[in-house]
Design a protein around this ligand. Structure first.
Ligand code: UT7
Length: 321
């Protein structure tokens, strides 16, 4: 039986770091106490004006390839999760393939599931690999949310940041990914959206992120708990047998509520939201790579990755690292 296993992780945070006080200095009507108290966010990183989604993805992908001991030419599948692509088309995955110097005929595509994007992408790549059609995948979450923030809307602009995270996933004889679950409920598509489109050279609707924060909060707490239980059941393990939970990083209060619902100590949750803000599809692979590189996550550990976001979408991947 073919299994899919993560063999390397990488990430990239762009160089511009802004604290909450830096946002106040830039004229945003907010304060550090409110943002830290409501969200746990202390800072976020923003891409330079000359950096686009594929640039961040490239840096993360190169680090993941190096960690896996692979070259770009070894990759036969790229699944890139983003809501802030370089262009309408071609896909950011195809632009990344070019930037990586890949001259093979790999399958590459973008995947749009907003903040659940990386979990959706990882579960998708796992199915390609387990089918035997592909052997080595790059799975990436890369975002430049700074480009879609409305700086007049303090209820959203303080929450998000830019970044990218990547993993190499390979066919293996031993189980890596143990269980996956992906869900969506499009009836709630309006609680978190960028409701704009382009028609005849003009933006129709709004090109800015808008969110009903309280509705998203309630939904997130419920589904993150449900989906964790679902994948553990699928794999026949108790939630207490998970070594590390790596949820989408939107709000530290959501992470605390999820740990409580699962009756797990908060120390088992990897938390990066304080320094990264919400980086949408990049948040889970960024947190994963950080904890791998600082030595908390060790080979053999059991990890629960969780995503939740616009769509409304949610999902989880349970794996042996
Ligand atoms: O990746 C997608 C997932 N996204 C999320 O998970 C976000 C989930 N939602 C949340 O994290 C929270 O709902 C927020 C952090 C977005 C908001 O927290 P809240 O406790 O729901 O606050 P609120 O929207 O009810 O606003 C409370 C007050 C309001 O003032 P009044 O009307 O009570 O006087 C807001 O005007 O806080 C005010 N406020 C702010 N004050 C200072 C809203 N934004 C700010 C701000 N700085 N940035």
């Amino acid at each position: 039986m073919i299994h899919a296993r993560i063999t390397g992780t990488g990430s990239y945070l762009p160089p511009v770091r802004l604290s909450n006080d830096d946002l106040v200095a830039r004229g945003i009507d907010t304060n550090d106490e409110w943002v830290v108290g409501r969200t746990g966010i202390r800072a976020r990183h923003f891409a330079r004006d000359d950096q686009v989604c594929s640039d961040l993805a490239l840096a993360a992908a190169e680090r993941a390839l190096e960690a896996a001991g692979r070259k770009a030419a070894d990759i036969d599948l790229i699944v890139l999760a983003t809501s802030t692509p370089d262009y309408i088309f071609p896909s950011t995955a195809a632009i990344l393939q070019k930037k990586l110097g890949m001259a093979n005929d790999a399958a590459v595509f973008d995947l749009q599931a907003v903040c659940s994007g990386f979990v959706y992408a990882l579960a998708t790549a796992e199915k390609f690999i387990r089918s035997g059609s592909h052997k080595r995948a790059l799975v990436i979450g890369s975002e430049v949310f700074s480009r879609i923030l409305n700086w007049q809307d303090r209820t959203t602009c303080v929450l998000f940041g830019d970044g990218a995270g990547a993993v190499v996933v390979e066919a293996s004889d031993t189980p890596g990914i143990l269980a996956t679950a992906l869900h969506a409920d499009g009836r709630h598509s309006d609680i978190l959206s960028v409701p704009g489109s382009i028609n005849s050279g003009k933006v129709v609707g709004s090109p800015f992120l808008q969110m009903d924060g309280q509705a998203v909060f309630k939904f997130a707490v419920r589904v993150l708990g449900d989906v964790a239980i679902e994948v553990c059941k699928q794999a026949g393990i108790a939630t207490s047998e998970v070594d590390w939970i790596i949820p989408h990083q939107a709000n530290v209060r959501i992470l605390q509520a999820t740990a409580k619902r699962l009756d797990l100590p908060f120390e088992k949750v990897i938390v990066t939201v304080a320094e990264h803000g919400n980086t949408s599809a990049a948040s889970v692979p960024l947190a994963l790579d950080l904890a791998v590189r600082d030595g908390r996550i060790q080979p053999g550990h059991r990890l629960l990755l969780q995503g939740v976001g616009g769509g409304f979408t949610w999902g989880a991947v349970l794996l042996n690292f």
